[in-house]
Design a protein around this ligand. Structure first.
Ligand code: CA
Length: 528
């Protein structure tokens, strides 16, 4: 068992010390070489385009604005971006599409979008777009035509799909099946709108509709998009895991035929067991809703100062997901656009926010960071608009600042400084993210390694995990507690390893001496 060192006056002269902030290589003392693998394990940055960066001064974030900030994103260590919906839509959030083969003019032109894709690819960043196929907008021409047809259909007659194929694109019935069904105005027909009356649910079993959606996939793949984030996969058909998995598999296989590197990550906002079942779709990634959110395992570990439950989740994920899809790539995150921000959950405490980032960015799989998380931006209450406020680039320079969603509340202020100030502060949360992403880019085992939890080195806020990938093993040592701890490696598979990387929330270094690592409070070390 580890023993606590009362007086940790271990001199750096005798030991290999890694001081927070230097990211120094252990053996050379210099910068460590990045070891970025060009596969679908990536560090993703989620962007709400309208609130990110405005290139032309109209207050609306746009594609050209993202291009201007690609170097910012790349230099942080991300090599993937997920854009929330960019297709034409009557709402600010655009999760209700009126045309699957166009971009919303508020964000720019198709040429602007194509330029964004090209600029991403120049930087080895892959671009995912949101693909919202559970429903369309009620203003989508398919729905409008279907409703017009049903309004004129003689009472008692069944729709003739040769006259109006769109009548089968949605779920229509002659009765209100449940409270999420709405009446087609001026008719005796009802339609399903499981999220909202203005978001009619598509009938994804319809062959003609699938043809349209394949055409839509062609449109985006031809523009160079590298993957889709599948919205609301749990709800394609309510309580039909098998059917919904078939839908995911159909679109994934279709896209893979065009691009063998095509990636797909799906939103299945459900229990770990249900998420595991969706890996049965044979598609690569599901967001890890067990780890994510203010109540999830990552934030809870930080709040409680205990690693036990998170470690259990890591092992369960590995067992349950790989049983359904051996090639699965976990997709952990702290929060997303549907959740209160992590800074609210952790009361803007920089140390806790760093610890949460450190835990996320040492997780296996492809982590997703929601824009603004890296600077500790806040949300307010449960209103969605307040979770999607303007990226806080600067307090003094309004260049590129967006107006944000019309319905958001005024005065939601960050407790932590803006991007420009945090970039200049070596000890900032932003620079911690950069160090954590660098650690990840130096050690490909962090994302891809098979996990073994070293139980006898785990207690409370201290933990040790071995990760093995392609014959290379690293150890990840955690101390999320408030006190320094010692972790003896002897007798474990990490024995004899050297310090290879370090993340500390405070200005402190780890020390390895006599096969024992001394970890300062709130730190994570990698040994190799
Ligand atoms: Ca603009």
């Amino acid at each position: 068992m580890k023993k606590r060192l009362i007086n940790a006056a271990v001199t750096a002269a005798l030991a290999i010390a890694l001081v927070c902030g230097s990211l120094a290589g252990t053996r050379t003392g210099g910068q460590q070489e990045l070891n970025i693998i060009e596969d679908n394990y990536r560090n993703y940055y989620e962007i709400f385009v309208g609130s990110f960066y405005d290139s032309d001064g109209d207050g609306m974030g746009d594609f050209n604005g993202i291009v201007e900030k690609l170097d910012y994103i790349k230099e942080l260590g991300f090599n993937g971006i997920w854009l929330m919906p960019v297709m034409p839509s009557p709402t600010y959030h655009k999760y209700d599409v009126t045309d699957y083969e166009a971009v919303d003019a508020a964000y720019g032109t198709v040429d602007d979008f194509k330029n964004l894709v090209d600029e991403c690819h120049k930087r080895n960043i892959r671009l995912l777009t949101d693909m919202v196929i559970n429903h369309t907008s009620s203003q989508h021409p398919w729905f409008q035509e279907a409703c017009s047809y049903l309004q004129t259909l003689e009472e008692g007659k069944e729709p003739d799909l040769t006259a109006c194929p769109y009548a089968d694109y949605y779920h229509f019935a002659r009765e209100q099946v449940n409270s999420t069904w709405y009446q087609v105005p001026g008719s005796s027909w009802w339609y399903e709108g499981s999220f909202w009356s203005e978001m009619p649910d598509l009938n994804l079993a319809d062959t003609a509709l699938r043809g349209e959606l394949e055409k839509a996939a062609d449109f985006w793949l031809d523009l160079g998009v590298d993957g889709f984030r599948m919205d609301a996969a749990l709800h394609f058909e309510e309580n039909d895991t098998q059917g919904n998995c078939e839908v995911l598999n159909w679109l994934y296989q279709y896209c893979r035929k065009k691009n063998e590197d095509f990636y797909m990550v799906s939103e299945v906002w459900a229990s770990g067991q249900t998420i595991a079942d969706y890996y049965g779709s044979g598609t690569p990634s599901m967001f890890n809703f067990t780890a994510g959110s203010g109540e999830g395992k990552l934030v809870s570990a930080v709040r409680q100062g205990k690693m036990t439950s998170l470690l259990q989740t890591m092992v369960e994920n590995q067992e349950n997901y790989s049983a359904k899809n051996p090639d699965y790539i976990d997709a952990p995150f702290l929060t997303n656009h549907d959740m209160g921000r992590v800074a609210n959950a952790l009361v803007s405490d920089p140390v806790k926010l760093k610890m949460a980032a450190g835990l996320l960015l040492t997780m296996s799989g492809s982590p997703f960071v929601y824009y603004g998380e890296e600077i500790g931006m806040k949300s307010a209450g449960t209103k969605d608009e307040n979770k999607r406020i303007p990226m806080f680039w600067s307090k003094s320079d309004s260049t590129g600042m967006t107006d944000g969603p019309a319905g958001m509340d005024a005065g939601i202020e960050s407790s932590l400084p803006a991007v420009d100030e945090q970039l200049a502060d070596e000890g900032s949360l932003l620079n911690y993210y950069k160090k954590a992403l660098t650690l990840r880019n130096v050690h490909p085992e962090l994302a891809r390694g098979k996990i073994t939890v070293l139980d006898r080195l785990c207690e409370g806020g201290t933990a040790a995990v071995a990760k093995t990938w392609e014959g290379s093993t690293i150890g990840v040592l955690y101390n999320i507690g408030d006190e320094e701890v010692s972790v003896p490696l002897s007798g474990t598979e990490l024995s004899g390893m050297q310090l290879s990387g370090m993340l500390a929330a405070d200005d402190a270094g780890a020390v390895l001496k006599d096969d024992t690592v001394t970890l300062p409070a709130h730190s994570i070390a990698v040994v190799k």
